[in-house]
Unconditional design. Structure first.
Length: 152
């Protein structure tokens, strides 16, 4: 599923559906899977900004790695729920990016906030894994406030 329209104040959003593999024995999305969902949304946000992660590694010799995460859970997602995952660039530095991401359940009168994550990523050398500056063109493409539309 692809992104349709971002929720207010989102730089980007991506829609997914909850599958059996995402749920625990209680029938709700397993808590750690929100981190997977957020990762997918950030990857699609980069792609929509013209930044392919494999290309970034091959041409610039760098990649993004997660440095820190925290997630607050507000309500459960269940099997077959349609979720909209949002990406907001909170801070863009020379070597890292801080995001606020949210998961929203759709299909009701109004979206329901399910989880809010704060994720920090760092740009590192793909060989040494030492911090390295984000390439200038990438910095330009991902500046805060730039709204990107995903390919349908």
């Amino acid at each position: 599923m692809s992104k349709m329209t971002p929720l207010p104040h989102a730089d980007f959003s991506w829609r997914i559906r909850v599958y059996y593999e995402d749920t625990d024995t209680g029938g709700v999305v397993f808590y750690a899977n929100y981190l997977k969902f957020f990762e997918r949304a950030r990857t699609e946000w980069l792609r929509a900004a013209g930044v392919g992660q494999r290309t970034l590694e091959q041409t610039d010799g760098v990649m993004f790695v997660v440095k820190n995460t925290s997630v607050d859970y507000h309500a459960p997602a269940k099997l077959d729920d349609e979720l909209e995952l949002t990406v907001v660039v909170e801070r863009l530095g020379r070597v890292g990016v801080d995001f606020i991401q949210q998961a929203w359940r759709l299909g009701e009168d109004k979206p329901t906030l399910l989880a809010t994550g704060r994720i920090s990523v760092a740009c590192v050398n793909a060989v040494t894994f030492r911090p390295q500056g984000i390439p200038k063109q990438v910095l330009h493409n991902i500046k805060p406030g730039a709204r990107h539309a995903a390919a349908a």
